[in-house]
Write a protein that binds this ligand. Structure first.
Ligand SMILES: NC(=O)c1ccc[n+]([C@@H]2O[C@H](COP(=O)([O-])OP(=O)(O)OC[C@H]3O[C@@H](n4cnc5c(N)ncnc54)[C@H](OP(=O)(O)O)[C@@H]3O)[C@@H](O)[C@H]2O)c1
Length: 270
């Protein structure tokens, strides 16, 4: 296959770094943009910026990762969440159509009917989930594709992602409360990145698809498994039951694409 020029929006984010590496490993050319870095550093949601970045970088295809991804920030400013997660996504989709793959989330579901197939109808509980669900609907109107990602983890110098947060807690020697009743299908960000690059390079791929990790586990089980494979003391983690009605209990995903390594292998690589 000829090398593609792949635009990665949100390239400075937690997933973005893994995706840029995966683009290179697959023999393609990464083109990067974020607010604070990348080949072109701009607020992509500002007027005219999608056109300016497109003009400057001339991509063949786009992995649209740029997002307001922190739930608390979305709760504090729903208008900003809509501007970035919905309106910007639509703006990119209008320009790129089927050449764009939009990164969505398992949090478009309410957690009451897991496991979720690709055909399940979104029913978000949070502002973040709602802004992404609306983004999905709008990008699909322009022929763009949607991938729903689960909870991601992996090594990160900035302490982002589920296992890096645990590592930070160990470094601080603080006891960490992990929910026993919140289930996910977590995936290593490097595995997610490889699958995203393969998908955006394949014009015949599905319109909406999921990338579940290899197992359904609670956050508490994920913490236990991480400690076990990394040889860390379980005394630092504490099982706690989540009582917050706005946090979905089980957003496990079903999907055709199967991870090529086990959860323990992924957790070792963190
Ligand atoms: N991480 C997960 O567990 C997970 C799970 C499911 C889905 N996802 C989805 O996967 C994607 C990547 O997630 P992530 O964890 O890598 O997010 P992240 O670490 O918060 O990174 C977000 C990226 O988007 C950029 N960005 C935000 N607003 C922008 C704007 N107005 N203009 C230009 N760039 C902007 C940020 O740039 P600056 O830093 O310069 O602002 C950053 O590069 C997101 O769409 C997220 O919803 C992530």
């Amino acid at each position: 296959m000829a090398a593609l020029r792949i635009l990665v929006t949100g390239s400075t984010g937690f997933l973005g770094g893994f995706v840029v590496d995966a683009v290179r490993q697959a023999g393609h050319v990464p083109l990067t943009t974020a607010r604070s870095g990348g080949d072109v550093a701009v607020d992509l949601a500002a007027k005219g910026m999608v056109a300016a970045v497109t003009e400057a970088l001339q991509p063949d295809v786009v992995l649209h990762l740029a997002a307001m991804s922190r739930l608390a920030e979305c709760d504090a400013d729903p208008a900003a969440a809509a501007r970035v997660n919905t309106v910007l996504a639509e703006e990119c989709a209008r320009r790129f159509g089927a050449r764009l793959l939009f990164a969505s989330t398992d949090l478009v579901f309410d957690g009451r009917s897991a496991p979720y197939a690709e055909s399940a109808t979104p029913s978000p509980l949070s502002v973040y989930g709602a802004s992404k669900a609306e983004g999905e609907e709008r990008v699909r109107r322009h022929g763009s594709r949607v991938v729903r990602l689960p909870l991601l983890f992996g090594p990160d110098a900035h302490g982002r992602g589920a296992t890096a947060q645990l590592r930070r807690g160990f470094a601080r020697q603080s006891r960490m409360a992990l929910y026993t009743n919140e289930y996910r299908t977590p995936l290593h960000a490097a595995d997610a990145a490889r699958a995203l690059v393969a998908a955006v390079a394949d014009p015949d791929g599905p319109t909406v698809f999921h990338l579940p990790g290899p197992e359904r586990v609670s956050r508490w089980q994920l913490g236990q498994r991480f400690c076990a494979v990394q040889g860390l003391s379980m005394a630092a983690i504490e099982p706690v039951e989540c009582q917050d009605p706005l946090r979905p209990r089980d957003v496990s995903l079903l999907g055709e694409l199967r991870a090529s390594r086990s959860l323990d292998e992924m957790l070792l690589d963190c």
